[in-house]
Design a protein around this ligand. Sequence first.
Ligand code: PEP
Ligand code: MN
Length: 357
Amino acid sequence: MIIMKTDATPDDVRRVSAEVEACGLRAVIIRGDYQTVIGPVGDERRLDFDKLAALPGVKEAARVEAPYKLISREYARFFGEPGAHKTVAIGDVHVGNGEPVIIAGPCAVESRQQIMRMAEAVKAAGAQVLRGGVFKPRSSVHSFQGIGAAGVHDAEEALTWLKDAGKAFDLPVVTEVRGESMVELVAKHVDLMHIGARNMYDQDLLVQVAQQGKPVLLKRHFGASIEELLSFSEYIAAEGNKDIILCERGIVPVGKGKSYTRYTLDLAAVPVIHKETYLPVIVDPSHGTGRRDLIFDMSCAAIAAGADGLMIESHYNPAEALVDGAQMVTPDELKDIIEACRTLYRTKKSLARSAAA
Ligand code: PEP
Ligand code: MN
């Protein structure tokens, strides 16, 4: 981080940026009201901070020892962020500005008719964003790979079904980008690009998705620490894209006995992430539990923990669903969950207000 003097000239700033770039890093210039800060992005071991500190107009040049800083609350003011909470827009829907945002829809897009029917149903239930996986990450090559997967159906047509369903019911849409080859095609058709838990560590995919200029939903890998989730979200921010929504979706259960849930939903991650970064964080109770009968309680718990939104899988006939039937709620159940969550959010807010008074 290179902090310029208040009277540094544009030439001073240019000289420092050129020095950073000559070392093979990118120089992000943040002009504040009183001061300009230059944030080098790349391998900082290549920089000689003593040399940078000695350049004209430089007040201070020092290495910031943190795996993530572009998205960190602590350094927010240096990188032009307000430092409070960032709001990320998915179309007209704003995540992180208070009211929790509900993303809902089937695990997988199964047909044009199915996603149209689900869009209508989740809209009526009160959801604001439509989800539906066109490409599914699966443990077995013999399982259904998603309607857009090679040899199943034309990928672009399947993406168009999702997009049309969203348009028909005024819902922005999100789908998972499973690999680099699909990035541009997916970006063309969705409002929010979803990087699934299995791909959280794929830095090349993260970079390519970040470059599409669309908001990104990054799900926590089931074996990842919170620090890793934040560090990998930094790859997206380093491309100049800070429209990032983080998602807690459960980590691998511990112990040898029956775990009763598909994953262990780590709800403490929500307030921890809020303290570490200004980025919004949502919770996915569907993959987090794998159980329809737990979605109501865990959705409420996520809202109580301060989540900026929820991602809930829903299907009009879960028993017939091609993927994840056991964890999908019906649209009626979804409606009850959304109503309860909104009431809970408002109650918590007024309790916090009276506690502060
Ligand atoms: C999903 O949301 O469709 C999904 C596959 O979730 P995850 O990446 O969290 O497993
Ligand atoms: Mn699923």
